[in-house]
Design a protein around this ligand. Structure first.
Ligand code: UD2
Length: 311
């Protein structure tokens, strides 16, 4: 019997993780989500899941919950998951992306809560626009936005709290995740969810820049496997791992792959590049691969499963 807390558990990655966790009847999962981007309907209808619609920035609420429930595993996914949004709202995003997480660490530390492992979702954004490609965990970081600064700072806090106070922790740096349940509703949503939505509605998509920017697109099922592997592999401790496919694809290429997968043509216009946007991104995935559990769904297969899930 293992007890999980998943913050942001009604969101895109969180709900895919919760769906996987409840496949084992031994697990129970508490989900905290303010539903700013998540949806309650993303969650499986299961007695194993307890849902609270609440913000993680309510420090008192989080402390009471942590003391009461005594979780085995804690997965910190709640975030304002947008680089561009953090450029618009640097202080609000900071409270969610950094301070609320430190409150959780501090509660664990002060009360010696006996957790088995805490996972924090960091981001490829920490690498910034460095020239070094592929991006390696030991390489330079250059956080260019509030989002990237908060992700990097929290990642360091999570690792340092782990080392200094004997709390088992691990971090993953997500690259560009796509798949079922990604919400296309915000202009800051993942680009593939927006493109899919526009392909289906026939509405116009705005391509920021010229489409030559590259990303490392990873299917959400691989991300769920990676989180679960990092939680349950004892050697993955007080460290950070890239979570990516290890393949570099331009936005133009992925648009044409999605057009092929849906049999539809995207109606698009060009717009100015986004402030804080990164030109190229691809991960070195050898560090996580060495742990032995990483899966890499080929991009065309992932896109096909994604298309099937929304049609
Ligand atoms: C992703 C993550 C972010 C962070 C970052 C790390 C998402 C939603 N965001 O940001 O959390 O981890 O990676 O590098 O996964 N674009 C358009 N039109 C649109 C929307 C986006 O052209 O309507 C472009 C955008 O300017 C960018 C690319 O598509 O060049 C990908 O944008 P994104 O928002 O999906 O992801 P990214 O890489 O900015």
């Amino acid at each position: 019997m293992a007890k999980y807390l998943v913050t942001g558990g009604a969101g895109f990655i969180g709900s895919n993780l919760v769906e996987e966790l409840v496949k084992s009847k031994e697990n129970s999962v508490v989900v905290i989500d303010d539903l700013s981007m998540g949806l309650k309907s993303n969650l499986p209808d299961s007695k194993q899941v307890t849902f609270f619609q609440h913000t993680i920035t309510d420090f008192k609420f989080m402390k009471t919950l942590l003391l009461k429930e005594k979780f085995d595993y804690i997965v910190l996914l709640a975030a304002i998951a947008s680089v561009a949004d953090s450029v618009e709202r640097p202080f609000e995003t900071h409270l969610v992306n950094q301070e609320a997480n430190i409150n959780i660490l501090e509660t664990i530390r002060k009360n010696n809560l006996p957790i088995k492992k805490l996972y924090f979702a960091s981001s490829a954004a920490v690498y910034g626009d460095g020239l070094e490609l592929p991006k390696r965990e030991s390489g330079a970081v250059a956080p260019l936005t509030q989002y990237a600064v908060d992700k990097f700072a929290t990642e360091r806090e999570v690792i340092n709290f782990g080392r200094l106070y004997g709390i088992p922790t691990v971090c993953g740096r997500f690259f560009n995740v796509f798949g079922p349940k990604q919400n296309p509703a915000s202009p800051y949503s993942g680009v593939l969810s927006i493109i899919m939505d526009k392909l289906n509605s026939g509405d116009q998509f705005t391509l920021f820049g010229d489409g030559s920017q590259t990303r490392d697109f990873i299917y959400v099922k691989d991300v769920v496997n990676a989180i679960s592997g990092l939680l349950h592999t004892p050697e993955a401790l007080h460290d950070v791992y890239n979570i990516a496919n290890g393949k570099q694809t331009s936005l133009m290429q992925v648009i044409s792959m999605l057009e092929d997968a849906t049999g539809k043509k995207l109606n698009y216009e060009l717009g100015e590049p986004r402030q804080g946007d990164i030109k190229d991104s691809v991960a070195d995935v050898s560090k996580i691969e060495a742990l032995g559990f990483m899966t890499h769904t080929p991009l065309d297969e992932g896109l096909a499963s994604y298309v099937a899930s929304v049609q």
